[in-house]
Ligand binder design. Sequence first.
Ligand SMILES: NC(=O)c1ccc[n+]([C@@H]2O[C@H](COP(=O)([O-])OP(=O)(O)OC[C@H]3O[C@@H](n4cnc5c(N)ncnc54)[C@H](OP(=O)(O)O)[C@@H]3O)[C@@H](O)[C@H]2O)c1
Length: 334
Amino acid sequence: MKKYKVAVVGATGVVGKEITDTLYQRKFPVDSIKLLASKNSVGQCLPFGNDEIDVEELVETSFNDVDYALFSAGGSISEKFCPFAVKSGAVCIDNTSHFRMVDGVPLVVPEVNPESAFSHKGIIANPNCSTAQLVLPLKVLHDHYGIERIVVSTYQSVSGAGKEGITELEQQSRANLSGQDIPPSVFQHHIAYNVIPQIDVFQDNGYTKEEMKMINETKKILNDDSIKMTATTVRVPVFVGHSESVNVQLKSAFKLDDVRQLMSDMSGVTVQDDPANSVYPTPRDSAGKDDVFVGRFRHDLSIENGLEFWCVSDNLRKGAALNAVQIAETLINV
Ligand SMILES: NC(=O)c1ccc[n+]([C@@H]2O[C@H](COP(=O)([O-])OP(=O)(O)OC[C@H]3O[C@@H](n4cnc5c(N)ncnc54)[C@H](OP(=O)(O)O)[C@@H]3O)[C@@H](O)[C@H]2O)c1
């Protein structure tokens, strides 16, 4: 089997570590792996299976001889370094938002639009974590009933804001319980014992950047600009796992049992829906798992053809690392 030279950019971050683990766990055919981060991390060693790999500083020449470069070091790093990687002949799979909405850059979730990956010109974008999990159940609904309108509210974990987000929740929670106070620095308000209806910055239209990312990326992945969509994105004091309350108005009538069956048949989706026994997805149960979990299916009593459901997934896996590795797998499995 052919093996590939892989670089992980942002390898010391929460997504980068998950990418390295995922490559190993899924037995991606790795010939060699480069772990790249800022110069502050030089001197660190990180595991790749049983091997210890030295972290190297990301520089313009890091990509000589690299086949696949998986980026998760922030938008400005991707903006600067993806072109060097492409010039060296590598294919970039980018977890940041920088290239997602650029014309000609495919935005890919392999269960939904794998064919788009093959139109790349060196860069393939990975969607925002809250979009990645959402488009799997939406794809099922759109294919079978057609989607008229989507209303989504998210409950997003602090790991979505990287390692510093995790540290802030940990430290504030401990401090709070011992009667001390640590003021917010990563989030706009205290995240411990709180809920913050703001992720990223506000735009002129009153939506946050995160909300507009969800709306625009969903339409691009489902390849349908006619879908009406609105979103409210909220940060909650959960370490890993994003939850979403999803309301979808479909174009035709549906039966709940059919919807459950169609979701069960979708690769990457697991139905957990037995409300009488309090069975439904929670972020705690989804952490460390690959699938998107859906449940609490019910008719929206207020509109025709309205469907309500709850959708949970590990934001570091399907929302980032797993999806990125699946894109690379899609390309090599041609
Ligand atoms: N967290 C999620 O759920 C999620 C989901 C989807 C997409 N993303 C995107 O993935 C990216 C990384 O997120 P994260 O959550 O993993 O953040 P993180 O935990 O803060 O990690 C950031 C990584 O970027 C590296 N980095 C920062 N500045 C650098 C520089 N100048 N040169 C080289 N490397 C540099 C850091 O290296 P040092 O340790 O050396 O500073 C670290 O490895 C972001 O663009 C984010 O939007 C995140």
